[in-house]
Design a binder for this molecule. Structure first.
Ligand code: KMH
Ligand code: ZN
Length: 309
């Protein structure tokens, strides 16, 4: 069976440091975690950045440049910055990584959703979180992660201009029809790469049934003219969806951005641990991790020499 392309989502832009001491914050921590995740088997590292002092999600291009350059200097992994950013960031702030860094890949969010993290604050209590973190989490009660058709059309133009392959994040089945619209309008190049992101409160649930429904819908809409991956948010969702992808020929995303647990009663200490678990799961289904260059070949990427960092 074809090799599995493993992505590691290193730090995220919607979680707060108080949720886990393992979440990388400073540029050096993010770079080290990304290189170790690659060494554990990840072909792609998905990146956000954070204010070094507070850990608050940031859209700083200086921080992004420091991180992507640090990674590129140390290994051949595919560097995939977010255009999703974090709560409160404008589309311009989120998408600025595209013209600035001209990455090989970047995420592309295929529709708007509510993005409810406030239950974390309800569970955690102020003893775990700084004041800004409680406000950030509680503020998601009013938060819409906005990706209108106008927003998406703008990003379509920007990924084309920067020759970046978009990873199309689909949080719910309706997002697949958004992608179909953009493909039919000629705004997205095929074959598209779709990532089913399940388990966000405000979007579709990370159940096997919903995963199968979304995959079935994608097959109906795109035939074999797409590649696909899944990111399960939370535990055990991250590894339940990984197992489904491994069985069905898809690719896999793991990482502290989406899930903080290695086992039911054991928190992950590093992204590399989560990648190692995905690699061992892959072996049970006779699938080997793809190298970055094999992933470049599979996704038709422009190559690391063509980026602007
Ligand atoms: N945080 C994930 C649930 C992005 O960064 O553009 C979604 C994500 C999207 O990673
Ligand atoms: Zn992300």
């Amino acid at each position: 069976m074809e090799k599995v392309i493993i992505s590691a989502a290193i730090t995220g832009g919607m979680t707060v440091p108080g949720q886990s001491g393992a979440i990388p914050i400073t540029p050096d921590e993010i770079v080290d975690s990304a290189v170790e995740a690659h060494e554990a088997g990840a072909a792609i590292v998905h990146l956000h950045v954070r204010e070094p002092a507070s850990g608050k999600p940031s859209s700083s291009l200086e921080l992004f440049r420091e991180v992507v350059t640090g990674i590129k200097d140390r290994c051949e992994v595919i560097v995939q910055p977010t255009t999703g950013g974090g709560k409160g960031m404008t589309l311009e702030e989120r998408a600025a990584v595209l013209p600035e860094l001209r990455p090989e890949m970047a995420t592309f969010n295929s529709g708007s959703i509510n993005f409810g993290l406030f239950p974390i604050a309800e569970r955690g209590g102020s003893d775990r979180f700084e004041e800004w973190e409680m406000e950030y989490l509680e503020g998601t009660r009013e938060y819409v992660f906005r990706n209108t058709f106008a927003d998406m059309e703008k990003i379509c133009g920007m990924v084309r201009d920067s020759e970046t392959k978009p990873e199309l994040e689909a949080y719910d089945v309706g997002h697949l029809y958004n992608i179909k619209y953009l493909v039919d309008k000629g705004l997205l190049d095929t074959p598209v790469h779709i990532q089913f992101v399940l388990g966000v409160m405000g979007a579709n649930a990370a159940t096997i049934e919903q995963f199968m429904h979304m995959r079935r819908t994608a097959l109906d809409l795109f035939g074999d003219d797409f590649t696909w991956s899944a990111a399960g948010v939370g535990y055990p969702a991250e590894f339940h969806l990984a197992a489904m992808c491994l069985m069905l020929g898809g690719h896999v995303r793991v990482g502290l951005e989406d899930n903080l647990r290695l086992h039911r009663r054991e928190r992950a200490e590093t992204n590399a641990q989560l990648v190692e678990k995905a690699v061992s799961l892959a072996a049970m289904f006779d699938r080997e991790p793809a190298t970055p260059d094999e992933a470049r070949e599979a996704f038709g990427l422009k190559g690391r020499a063509e980026v602007a960092f």
